[in-house]
Design a protein around this ligand. Structure first.
Ligand code: ISL
Ligand code: CA
Length: 561
């Protein structure tokens, strides 16, 4: 890849904001748009180029805003459309772009389309959703919802079931319907005309369902089957995205990222092809599934550490296979994942900061567009102080009902361990700004309990400490902006079978980078050839002992070839 061909979003770093938990401005305990605007200087200081906002639209909040009842209205909890316009203008004044969440695999069951659709079989919006007759008095197929139980909900009034791959309040839209697609594009263009800078597209890989909606393979002993192998990358998905590209995305210089659950390399190359026919990049999930439970009925619920060799193998595959034909997104954390330092790092007092910096270094020298989820840049950890009465996330609540109460697959305490390891609320606790009341997030009662470590881990402390995780992220962002090699270099993994250290190169015409990451709490030694005049660009220790590596040591060298 040549430097002159670099697109702005290929050199950009994205900061993801979960509005509900970022900054409350009016004391109701819920983060809001004005709160975000107050904190823009913080995002500027970090150096991020783009903010991705999780959904801020009108929503009954069955799945925290991912169930949208009006795509063109702001959820009053977050403010008004004027607040949004002000935020967008304020961000642009600081040269920060704003990417919006687009949730059009499903709507809320309170959306006017669904209210009409449900009203009768011959309503002209009936076909905007996926309705089927019962089969032998049962659900039309064996698909499970991604949030437990059947993916079908029976509607007494019309005697049919509707499909909801997520919760009941999230009926799936029928993308086969031309008028539906047209309405979605109109809505998107309305946001583009407002001047937004792009879209993050929620489960966009699932918008085209397989013909005939066949059963999914049912693991022995299970009642319902995870349909992802059938619902992801369906028969018309690329056709729909090409159409969207023509009708919306080409109308401005946007950044687009598809959240593509179930994506493989072959499909990613299409979704994110550099020919520009669909999207700019995708979020793939394979590296987030390496620590899933071996029992498919338990899915993600487990508490076992990831294998470094598998992680290397997987990330390297994505680096290699997408190079030159499509584009990666790079992420560890988001609002659906636990905190990375607690998952792949070490969140003990001794190693939290150094391992958080190691993970950052490992990811931020790769090819792709990096995403940082709020608080990741502080090394925020999982929230072990939250108990069953504190959780808000529907995935956790339904998961416990199904796995513990109904199917009795594990007991309550084991499930709690799993939730503390993997649950989505780990990411969703309020942002930790100060050591003061409610971590400076709100004057009121926070909607979700704070992580009780906010007195030590917070923005004020991070900004006052030259060696903080924050400044390490700031430096990584700066390096990406300054050094095109991080965007363009060819990726090469060193020692794939080494299960302690993750080392790779980024190779350019004249220079190369060597990135070394000790994944263990051990002192180790390696013998990579490093030229004597190599320049140390960044490290998470104060001094450099060369290839004698201390616990979680991470560093990057730059040298001429
Ligand atoms: O969160 C997951 C596992 O913990 C994923 O299965 C997730 O549900 C999937 O990646 C889709 O996520 C997106 O759509 C969901 C929403 O709940 C998530 O927050 C969103 O990121 C439904 O809209
Ligand atoms: Ca508020």
């Amino acid at each position: 890849m040549t430097t002159s061909a670099i697109k702005w979003w290929q050199k950009a770093v994205v900061y993801q904001i979960y509005p509900r938990s970022f900054q409350d401005s009016n004391g109701d305990g819920i983060g809001d748009l004005k709160g975000i605007q107050e904190r823009l200087s913080y995002v500027s200081k970090l150096g991020a180029d783009v903010i991705w906002l999780n959904p801020i639209y009108q929503s009954p909040n069955k799945d925290n805003g991912y169930d949208i009842s009006d795509y063109q209205a702001i959820n009053p909890e977050f403010g008004t459309m004027q607040d949004f316009d002000d935020l967008l203008a304020a961000a642009h004044a600081r040269d920060i772009k704003i990417v919006m969440d687009l949730v059009v695999n499903h709507s809320s069951d309170q959306h006017k389309w669904f209210i009409e659709s449900r009203s009768s079989k011959d309503n002209d919006k009936r076909d905007f959703y996926i309705w089927r007759n019962p089969v032998d008095g049962h659900e039309p197929n064996n698909w499970s919802s991604f949030f437990s139980g059947s993916a079908w909900k029976f509607d007494e009034k019309s005697g049919q079931y509707y499909l909801h791959l997520f919760v009941e309040g999230q009926p799936d839209l029928n993308w086969k319907n031309d008028e539906l697609r047209d309405q979605v594009y109109q809505m998107m263009n309305w946001w583009v005309d407002k001047g937004i800078d792009g879209f993050r597209m929620d489960v966009i890989s699932m918008i085209s369902k397989p013909d005939g909606l066949p059963d999914a393979p049912l693991p022995a002993g299970n009642t319902y089957a995870n349909p992802v192998s059938l619902t992801a990358n369906g028969p018309h998905v690329h056709e729909y995205l090409r159409e969207m590209r023509q009708k919306v995305l080409n109308n401005a210089d946007l950044m687009t990222v598809g959240e593509t659950s179930g994506v493989d390399i072959e499909h990613a190359q299409k979704y994110a092809g550099i020919d520009g026919s669909e999207l700019n990049m995708v979020f793939q999930f394979e590296h987030m599934g390496l620590d899933d439970n071996p029992n498919p009925a338990l899915g993600k619920w487990d508490n076992q550490p990831v294998s470094l060799v598998k992680l290397k193998d997987n990330l390297s595959k994505w680096q290699t296979e997408l190079e030159g034909n499509s584009w990666n997104s790079l992420y560890w954390d988001n609002h659906d994942q636990p905190r990375i330092v607690s998952r792949f790092g070490n969140d003990s007092a001794e190693y939290r900061e150094v391992s958080a910096k190691m993970l950052a270094t490992l990811l931020h020298f790769m090819q792709g567009t990096p995403y940082i989820f709020q608080g990741e840049e502080l090394g925020m950890t999982n929230a072990y102080n939250l108990g069953w009465d504190d959780f808000d996330d529907i995935e956790i609540i339904n998961g416990r009902k199904f796995i513990v109460d109904k199917e009795k697959l594990v007991d309550n305490d084991t499930m709690l361990d799993y939730v503390h390891y993997k649950g989505r609320d780990n990411a969703r606790t309020p942002m930790q700004w100060t050591a003061g009341k409610n971590a400076g997030f709100t004057d009121g009662t926070p909607w979700l309990k704070l992580n009780d470590n906010f007195e030590t881990i917070n923005v004020t402390a991070a900004l006052a400490d030259d060696n903080s995780v924050f400044y390490h992220y700031q430096k990584l962002i700066q390096l990406r902006h300054d050094l095109d090699l991080i965007t363009t270099g060819h990726y090469e993994l060193i020692d794939p079978a080494d299960d302690q250290v993750y080392t790779y190169k980024r190779i350019g015409d004249d220079q190369e980078l060597l990135i070394i990451n000790n994944f263990t709490d051990q002192d180790l030694e390696r013998d990579y050839p490093v030229p004597a005049d190599a320049q140390l660009l960044i490290s998470n220790y104060q001094d450099d002992l060369g290839l004698k590596l201390r616990p979680y040591e991470a560093k990057a060298y730059l040298y001429n070839r």
